[in-house]
Design a protein around this ligand. Structure first.
Ligand SMILES: Cc1cc2nc3c(=O)[nH]c(=O)nc-3n(C[C@H](O)[C@H](O)[C@H](O)COP(=O)(O)O)c2cc1C
Length: 388
């Protein structure tokens, strides 16, 4: 299906004829700086921060700089089509919104603003288990938009099954199971602020609203909120999980399953052997294993190992259209946008997220055309040069 291209650039220049400028910066570093100015310092640190020394967060960005696009000239890009279909979901442009928890710390409208913006921009959103808004409320805000659900697999199996059942009933079509966060990493910026929003009751809404979770409490959450949060900290992750546990997901989820946090070809092969439909090459934006490989550096070997068997998605470090082109040229079918949309949310709620999505899409489509690619299928490693 042919998708009309984004026209944000035209709109901005036309508005500029009457001296208007866009409401928010059009590049991600400008967005980050603007967001820093409007967020509380500890909320900004929570979003921008990373594990340990921040080495992997920096490496994610640097990995992109090492790959250079080699544009091709005189190819027909007069009627490009950058649409695709990924795990049964139609993508007008090859990106989705990454699962990001506790969005209420960025803006009071939190996940609901993101859900509305995602629908308006026809970009699928992936709702986090650690959301500050319940699964069903986000689904209502997303309406007939496309949505996936991200599971933090809790140690209480009744809660896991209940979360999956609720997501399925609320119209989430794909489950993303995050494997890299069975426990929280050492995060100095949050530690220095003494700040973990979950302990303040932000980001636990999917648990507090869950019948399976509530059944495990000795007294109701509204009578003993501290007890409920303590219970949440006890069941959040399961450090005993292994590949042998994956069949549990199939029993409780009937759509496609994607495993998030894969960085090695060996794990990618295990995922394919386990029969899941997709994987997401990701290091959680450098927020978990400090010193981990830059996510883009992990992508080629994973694609080589399982690209023919699994849908390979990618995140960690996407900051502009060129980054999307590079990840796709290295074999990702689509990418997830993380921090950039959170900065948009902080700046302008729904309108801020919408701005970021339109800007990214326009930047991506222009870069594709200028590089000489008329479709996603045109892209391949021959569009890239790896600098030494
Ligand atoms: C503030 C914040 C919260 C996040 N929360 C989650 C989450 O709840 N579940 C999850 O799977 N990933 C979570 N992530 C990771 C993102 O899904 C994604 O992997 C990461 O943001 C990609 O890195 P980038 O933002 O630097 O591009 C979070 C990331 C950030 C920045």
């Amino acid at each position: 299906m042919s998708q009309p291209l984004e026209t944000y650039q035209d709109e901005i220049y036309l508005n500029g004829l009457t001296w208007a400028v866009p409401p928010y910066p059009t590049d991600v570093s400008g967005l980050e700086e603007a967001a820093r100015a409007v967020m509380t310092p500890r909320a900004f640190d929570y979003v921008a921060g990373a594990a340990g020394s921040g080495d992997t967060a920096r490496e994610n960005i640097e990995a992109f700089r090492r790959w250079r696009i080699v544009p091709r000239m005189l190819t027909d890009v007069s009627a490009p089509d950058y649409g695709s279909r990924v795990l049964g979901t139609e993508l007008a442009a090859p990106f989705l919104l990454a699962p990001v928890g506790v969005l209420a710390i960025a803006h009071p409208d939190g996940e609901q603003a993101v859900a509305r913006a995602a629908r308006a921009a026809a970009v699928p959103m992936i709702l986090s288990t650690a959301a500050s808004t319940a699964i069903e409320e986000v689904a209502a805000a997303n309406g007939d938009g496309q949505r996936w659900y991200q599971l933090y697999w809790p140690s209480d199996r009744a809660v896991a099954a209940s979360l999956l059942g609720r997501a399925e009933a609320a119209g989430y079509s794909v489950i993303v199971v995050t494997l890299d966060t069975r426990t929280l990493a050492w995060r100095p910026r949050d530690l220095d602020n003494g700040y973990l929003p979950f302990l303040q009751g932000i980001g636990v809404q999917n648990y507090l609203s869950d019948p399976g979770f509530r059944a495990g409490l000795s007294s109701p959450a509204d009578e003993d909120p501290g007890g409920a949060i303590l219970r949440y900290t006890q069941i959040f992750g399961d450090l005993s999980l292994t590949w042998d546990d994956l069949p549990f997901l199939r029993e409780h989820w009937h759509g496609p399953i994607a495993l998030k946090g894969i960085l090695s070809a060996a794990d990618a092969v295990r995922a394919a052997d386990a029969g899941v439909e997709g994987i997401i090459v990701s290091n959680h934006g450098g927020r978990q294993v400090d010193g981990a490989i830059g996510a883009l550096d992990a992508l080629p070997a994973v694609v080589q190992a399982v690209g023919g068997r699994l849908t390979v998605l990618f995140d960690s470090g996407i900051r502009g259209g060129a980054d999307i082109v590079k990840a796709l040229a290295l074999g990702a079918r689509a990418v997830l946008i993380g921090r950039p949309y959170v900065y948009g949310l902080a700046l302008g709620g729904e309108a801020g997220v919408r701005h970021v999505l339109r800007a990214l899409r326009n930047d991506f489509e222009l870069t594709m055309r200028l590089a000489g690619a008329a479709s996603l299928a045109d892209l391949g490693p021959e569009f890239l040069h790896q600098r030494s």
